[in-house]
Design a protein around this ligand. Structure first.
Ligand code: FES
Ligand SMILES: [Fe+2]
Length: 445
């Protein structure tokens, strides 16, 4: 039985895992645009059920090409609008034919319009509706108060000559512990490098050690920096680092990972991945960005899949519990960045309660143009490499040999990737046993 003490917050950070409408953090998160699908998932008109921050919704594209995001349930008698059918303008309920547009207006009530036209009942009907915009091949939703800000136009969305893919997964835990991983350089050594050694059956050698990490805030997020035993203060992973993209992203250079709250205990992981084609393949133009969703559980064992970079991350996130209990943590010096971002969110809760915008809300169109971000290998993705240079670099070559970030890439995406890059499977050697993604070498793909 619940009692008052159980209802008390256990830690000052607990508020940060809320996502629901009306909760402080839920209201803060609603001040931002969230990627909810790849545009290629709705290339043809149709519907797609979406759950976002605990709200059940339906995303659709009508026959006129307009996107809408409506309450999942019809305003009449609550039928599921993801089974509705799209019209020239709007989405029609499959139960009694009420038709809604993307603003939430009811355009038609077929029986009432015919039998009782004078009543004009539809004029008073509104259904919950949220704006949707497309940017970078992603569909973005905004659930917050007006005036809505701009969808951030990060620079990588307009990088040229890249094969892009959008990779999704549904993770059964709270979004915020997933996002804390975006400012955690040391985990790379243990979750990825060393664990991969052990998963491959070897006992070593282990990765170079992290000897120094640093964190700093900038307008659009935080930078995290590292020096390992194999690098110096000259290395770009120290002088520039990588980006915690505010509020929900991790930008590493060749990809950005967004953590999107489905509800308090489930997260949609949305990765937008950029593979620069060799210079010999320029100008390469990709007309549609494929979107795919990978599994996270091994059907044979029922255990989490551990073979790929992000799958390894998923294991750590779900391992923290469906909502991590931060009263039981023991934070160390490597967690300084985690504390910085938690404090920033708490400060921004104050900001919105005082009527101010929280961090990284962008409203000025002059600012919102290919916003540059401080990421270590930025120049490489813009300038590119030749085929020979790619083949000489272990990390770039390994990225050609197979998709390392998440399991389940469909064969047709693999084929399209190789065609874009101008390589055939046959000319790529089998994957190296060992490679180190953070090694101080140039990286291309
Ligand atoms: S329930 Fe949707 S039109 Fe009746
Ligand atoms: Fe990771």
């Amino acid at each position: 039985m619940a009692n008052d003490s159980e209802a008390e917050p256990r830690s000052r950070w607990d508020v940060l895992s809320q996502t629901g409408a009306g909760t402080p953090m839920g209201e803060l998160l609603r001040r931002y645009w969230w990627p909810i699908a790849g545009a290629s998932e709705l290339e043809e008109p149709g519907t797609k059920p979406v759950r976002l921050m605990g709200e059940d919704l339906v995303l659709y594209k009508d026959l006129g090409g307009r996107y809408g995001l409506l309450d999942r349930h019809c305003r009449h008698r609550r039928a599921d609008l993801s089974y509705g059918y799209v019209e020239a303008c709007g989405l029609r309920c499959n139960y009694h034919g009420w038709l809604y547009d993307e603003t939430g207006s009811c355009l038609a009530q077929p029986y009432e319009d015919l039998a009782h036209p004078e009543a004009r009942l539809k004029d008073e009907i509104r259904i919950k509706a949220y704006p949707v915009e497309e940017l970078g091949g992603l569909l973005w939703a905004y659930l917050g108060p007006e005036p809505r800000p701009l969808v951030p136009d990060w620079e990588f969305f307009s990088w040229k000559n890249g094969f892009r893919q959008i990779v999704k997964a549904e993770i059964p835990c709270n979004w915020f512990q997933c996002q804390e991983n975006s400012i955690d350089p040391v985990h790379f050594e243990w979750t990825h490098s060393n664990w991969s050694v052990r998963l491959a059956g070897a006992a070593g050698p282990y990765s170079p050690r992290h000897v120094k990490v640093d964190f700093s805030e900038f307008d659009y997020g935080f930078q995290y920096k590292r020096i390992r035993t194999d690098t110096s203060a000259e290395d770009r992973l120290w002088t520039i680092g990588r980006v915690y993209l505010w509020p929900n992203g991790l930008f590493t250079g060749n990809h950005v990972e967004f953590r999107v709250p489905i509800d308090d205990e489930n997260t949609l992981s949305v990765m937008w991945h950029f593979s620069r084609v060799p210079k010999e393949r320029e100008l390469y133009v990709q007309n549609s960005i494929p979107t795919w969703q990978g599994p996270i559980t091994d059907p044979e064992t029922g255990r989490w899949i551990t073979s790929h970079v992000m799958n390894q991350d998923f294991v750590t996130w779900v391992g923290q519990g469906s909502i991590a209990d931060r009263s039981k943590e023991y934070l160390g010096p490597s967690d300084r960045g985690i504390v910085m971002i938690r404090r920033r969110f708490l400060n921004d809760l104050d900001a919105i309660s005082e009527g101010r915008d929280p961090k990284a809300v962008i409203r000025d169109p002059a600012v919102n143009r290919a916003i540059p971000l401080p990421v270590a290998e930025r120049k490489n993705f813009i300038d590119g490499f030749t085929r020979a240079e790619i083949m000489r670099d272990p990390f770039s070559r390994r990225n050609l040999q197979g998709y390392i970030f998440q399991t389940g890439q469909p064969a047709e995406v693999r084929e399209a990737f190789l065609a874009a890059m101008g390589f055939t499977e046959a000319e790529l050697a089998p994957p190296d046993d060992r490679f180190d993604p953070l090694a101080p070498v140039s990286r291309a793909v």
